[in-house]
Write a protein that binds this ligand. Structure first.
Ligand SMILES: Cc1ncc(COP(=O)(O)O)c(C=O)c1O
Length: 428
């Protein structure tokens, strides 16, 4: 099924016309007015400041959570959740081998040990069938990640948590507004954490949230946000500045909070665009030889923070490794004008830190006497995550994500993929 035109990498015409891609984030006159109003008000920071408080209330209303705390990043929110659970030296936290650094750093920051589990290759999320074997008497939390905006298998994870008395904290940093059995991601476990980093479907530039229905957890998480201080509901006339425990400075600021409040009004719209485009891509790519569109189980919705497509190299019969094929395929797509990207080429467990075990120094937290166990992170222990990343790519890049594009652009992307696949033996 060869098409007439040469591949763009070999001098043929580009499939995707210039000027169709919309850049992210979308910034409207309303966004600008919201930010300007902060400058005019001259209140730029503070946990009781109006934009931070307003943003928390609006996110609580959107998600249906009783308590929401705003943070200056998703990583800070996850750290605060683990702190609230009193996770510390000698403890283990189980998470997915395929995620972003922000999932495991908070575990190390609490002096605890990340234990990784390989993924389910269809959903790209933690493989729940492998979790139980990793639970020990040290396990103090399960930290599933709703990767690319698709909720993990929460029922099974909650059942395991119940069986062993372990709380589940959701890393919902990529999943604002995704649902699982009709419930919003990030509101299902004991706590849920979100990122407002600029790449996300819901952006504040930077920022984060911790959601929970548990008042005691919310109160404790609040302490880490401001130097271990006990911060009340209202601003005190005289702040005592007493640190009751170790804490950080994890507050958000008024400018990003105001921007986020304005963006939140359009989150549903962006998620709907992402879903429309993803449904279109999945339908159109289903019959392209060797291409495997992402799978969404029927009991949940994805917000497609990233639309990751797998390929089956055996169908193409090329004399090259999957990684060589992947790189050549993405280069060919980029030449055709597709915003294609990889976003991570290895599981977290292949990051140098898990070889050097360079943490707080002197081997901590791994060599901490409270742990007293030796742990090795073998790269070969997470074959499905590695295989996924060797044989997949993401349609969209962070500057031009699918949650803002017209379906017309998706049509050109499909044409480009079909063209490259029809001349697949020419890409290498
Ligand atoms: C899955 C995941 N976890 C954690 C984080 C950390 O969020 P942040 O970058 O806001 O610290 C991110 C985002 O970047 C993420 O994608």
């Amino acid at each position: 099924m060869k098409s007439n035109s040469q591949l763009a990498i070999h001098g043929g015409p580009k499939t995707v016309p210039d000027g169709l891609k919309k850049s992210w984030p979308e910034i409207t006159p309303e966004d600008k007015a919201a930010v300007l109003a902060v400058l005019e008000r001259k209140v730029l920071s503070g946990v009781h400041a109006p934009e931070a408080v307003g943003l928390e209330a609006e996110w609580a209303a959107y998600t249906g959570s009783k308590y929401v705390l705003s943070f200056n990043s998703g990583t800070a929110a996850i750290h605060s959740a683990l702190f609230a659970l009193k996770i510390g030296p000698g403890d283990e936290v189980i998470t997915s081998a395929f995620s972003f650094s922000g999932s495991f750093h908070p575990i190390l920051e609490q002096n605890a040990i990340p234990i990784f589990v390989d993924i389910d290759e269809r959903t790209y999320n933690i493989d729940v069938a492998q979790v139980e074997a990793k639970i020990t008497d040290r396990t103090k939390a399960l930290l599933p990640v709703h990767i690319h905006g698709l909720p993990a298998d929460m029922d099974e994870l909650l059942a395991l948590g119940k069986k062993y008395g372990i709380p589940v904290v959701e890393d919902a940093c990529q999943a604002h507004g995704a649902t699982y059995h009709g419930k919003k991601a990030g509101t299902i476990g004991a706590m849920g954490c979100f990122s407002l980093n600029v790449t996300k479907n819901f952006s504040g530039g930077e920022g984060g949230f911790l959601n929970t229905d548990d008042e005691a957890l919310a109160e404790r998480a609040k302490m880490i946000r401001t130097f271990g201080e006990r911060v009340g509901k209202e601003k005190e006339k005289i702040r005592p500045y007493y640190s009751h425990t170790i804490g950080w400075n994890y507050r958000t600021q008024e400018l990003p909070a105001a921007f986020a409040r304005s963006q939140l009004k359009r989150l549903d719209k962006y998620n709907q665009i992402a879903q429309r485009n993803a449904v279109y891509l999945t339908r159109e790519l289903a019959d392209v030889p060797g291409i495997l569109p992402p799978y969404v189980p029927p009991d949940r919705t994805s917000i497609y923070h990233k639309y990751r497509v797998r390929f089956d190299p055996s169908v193409w019969n090329l004399r090259a490794s999957p990684v060589e094929i992947r790189n050549a395929f993405v280069a060919a797509l980029e030449a055709e004008g597709v915003a294609a990207t990889l976003w991570h080429v290895t599981p977290l467990t292949s990051f140098p830190i898990f070889e050097t075990l360079e943490g707080y120094g002197k081997g901590c937290p791994w060599s901490c006497p409270f742990y007293g166990k030796e742990i090795r992170y073998n790269k070969s222990d997470y074959p499905r995550a590695q295989h996924l990343l060797d044989t997949s790519f993401v349609i969209n890049d962070e500057a031009n994500p699918i949650y803002i594009q017209d379906v017309e652009l998706m049509g050109h992307y499909v044409a480009a993929i079909r063209k490259v696949v029809s001349r697949i033996d020419e890409i290498l």
